[in-house]
Ligand binder design. Structure first.
Ligand SMILES: [Zn+2]
Ligand SMILES: [Zn+2]
Length: 135
């Protein structure tokens, strides 16, 4: 199955080919700040499954410790700022594509939630099979 998406302004579009590994909600503070929402919804996949048309800007997210190590490379449209994909460093090419940029979001069914210790007290999501305190 192939799903398609684009940023708000349309300069960046993308396709994800094949089945994703998981659909995960991330409650971490950084996803809240980057998305402007209470959590991010991510299609977790391998980088080889993603085809991006257009150029992305990368922010090296050093995590809460603020050290020298980049934990996540967050890529977004440089024109409209829509977050498109995060690359999880230290993994074998695992990426998290932001589900809010999909053309058809109705089929997204998150079943995993991570960083639950940062979940806002007014957020209660149904249908979660796995809840993890950290990433
Ligand atoms: Zn854009
Ligand atoms: Zn997060």
């Amino acid at each position: 199955m192939t799903v398609t998406g684009r940023c708000l302004c349309g300069e960046v579009s993308f396709e994800i080919e094949g089945d994703v590994i998981a659909t995960a909600v991330c409650h971490c503070d950084h996803c809240q700040r980057q998305s402007g929402g209470a959590f991010s919804v991510n299609l977790v996949a391998h980088e080889s499954q993603l085809v991006v048309n257009g150029s992305l800007v990368t922010y090296g997210d050093r995590g809460d410790d603020g050290g020298d190590i980049v934990h996540v490379e967050r890529r977004f449209c440089g024109t409209c700022g829509s977050p498109i994909v995060s690359q999880l460093m230290g993994t074998d090419g695992v990426i998290a594509v932001k589900a809010g940029c999909l053309d058809d979001k109705s089929t997204v069914k998150p079943s995993v939630e991570v960083w639950c210790e940062h979940r806002q007290p007014w957020v209660d999501l149904p249908g979660m099979d796995v809840s993890i305190d950290r990433e």
